[in-house]
Write a protein that binds this ligand. Structure first.
Ligand code: GDP
Length: 409
């Protein structure tokens, strides 16, 4: 039996204006996370090819409604969010299953009208965000302009936590303001980033930017406020804690930069996802309705609660057939068990539980609260249905997400 620490899960979407680099950024994420991951259990399909071979053959792209990547000890589930401007039910539903999002902006184009639409959707569902300013290598790239756009056009409070080192052709890395260090890339081939001192030519600018960051965080972190007022050093650990609390509490948006195309900044983006976006346990319980009593029911991300899950997307997989993509909100689902579909009053046997990776499927014995899995073999379950424990029925279709509480964990 695998028991996954829920704090290590991130369920995220990647949102972007068309052409900002969502596809390239996602591919690089899958590349960097896939490179090191060895699956422990049985798999099928393309598993005999190694990753690089696979990548050369057809490029790594997400072909699935949700893809699990492993970064360090963490499981990052990327949920495919349709990029359409219109507010389709599908967009709304996929927004519901996200706990956080990466907003990708083009460093040249900045905040464009379509980015505003996606941003408003994320606002509506209280989705915490980090912003990735991509294409820093392109002529006309302007990091500060994008930060300004996030503030002025989107009404958010952007907090740059990096500064670009160089620009356009000479963009070679970034200053990490949290740790106050430089990250330099030797070339454009995705060579492991090197940690270097902050370049001396940027020291004054970087100090001022770190102070500006600390000043914003002092607004809602008392410990930082008193250190700031005393003119004392604020540690990276404290800064991280406050950035996380501010992001999860929807007060701020950390902003980082990079060039996905030139393999720069993607590892730092993955770190930011883990450091600042919430895990399922950081968020308040979801609210559903008991179909018998019509009373509100809450379900927290906990194994102690009855099993509750939402089917958010149906896809047909070339190898496994019809797959029901499901987000488990509470309790756990066990392979071979029968679940109750509270939406259609039916019962379904869950014969297999799959975790989908970019190019592989992994068989699981169980799926616990917080996880996103694909269930083959369910016949009558449709998108939007709630699967649950029959003695504790709940319908999540009109899911209400309360305002997040700021968590300092
Ligand atoms: P999407 O429409 O948001 O999915 O954008 P894509 O990832 O398809 O990128 C759009 C175009 O921009 C493609 O031609 C990419 O090769 C290019 N692109 C993506 N990221 C970068 C980058 O960091 N730098 C440069 N110069 N081009 C990029």
């Amino acid at each position: 039996m695998q028991t996954l620490d829920m704090k290590r899960i991130r369920n995220i979407g990647i949102a972007a204006h068309i052409d900002a680099g969502k596809t390239t950024t996602t591919e690089r994420i899958l590349f960097y996370t896939g490179k090191n991951y060895k699956m422990g259990e049985t798999h099928e399909g393309a598993a005999t090819m190694d990753w690089m071979e696979q990548e050369r053959e057809r490029g790594i792209t997400i072909t699935s409604a949700a893809t699990t990547c492993v970064w360090g000890d963490n499981f990052i589930n990327i949920i495919d969010t349709p990029g359409h401007v219109d507010f389709t039910v599908e967009v709304e539903r996929s927004m519901r299953v996200l706990d956080g999002a990466v907003a990708v902006f083009c460093a040249v184009g900045g905040v464009e009208p379509q980015s505003e639409t996606v941003w408003r959707q994320a606002d509506k569902y209280h989705v915490p965000r980090v912003a990735f300013v991509n294409k820093m290598d392109r002529i006309g790239a302007d990091f500060d302009n994008v930060v300004r756009g996030i503030k002025e056009k989107l009404g958010a409070r952007p907090v740059p936590i990096q500064l670009p080192i160089g620009i356009e052709d000479s963009f070679t890395g970034m200053v990490d303001l949290v740790e106050f260090r430089g990250i330099q890339y030797a070339d454009d081939l995705g060579t492991d980033p090197h940690v270097v001192p902050v370049p001396s030519s940027m020291e004054d600018e970087a100090k001022a930017a770190r102070d500006a960051m600390v000043e914003i965080l002092a607004d809602y972190d008392e410990e930082i406020m008193s250190l700031y007022l005393d003119g004392q050093e604020v540690s990276a650990e404290l800064v991280k804690r406050a950035l996380r609390a501010g992001t999860v509490g929807l007060k701020i948006v950390p902003v980082i930069c990079g060039s996905a195309f030139k393999n720069k900044g993607v590892q730092m983006l993955l770190n930011a996802v883990v450091d600042y976006l919430p895990s399922p346990v950081d968020l308040p319980p979801v609210v559903g309705t008991n179909p018998d009593t019509m009373e509100d029911v809450t379900r927290a991300s906990s194994l102690a609660e009855p099993f509750t899950a939402l089917a958010f997307k149906i896809m047909v997989d070339p190898f496994v057939g019809r797959l029901v993509f499901t987000r488990v909100y509470s309790g756990k689902l066990t392979k071979g068990s029968t679940v109750f579909n509270a939406t259609n009053n039916g019962r379904e046997r869950v014969g297999r539980i799959l975790r989908m990776h970019a190019n592989k499927r992994e068989e699981l014995e169980e799926a616990e609260a917080g996880m996103i899995v694909a269930l083959p073999g369910l016949k009558a379950t449709r998108t939007g249905d709630t699967l649950c424990d029959e003695s504790n029925p709940v319908v999540l279709e009109n899911l209400v997400f309360p305002e997040p509480v700021i968590s300092l964990s």
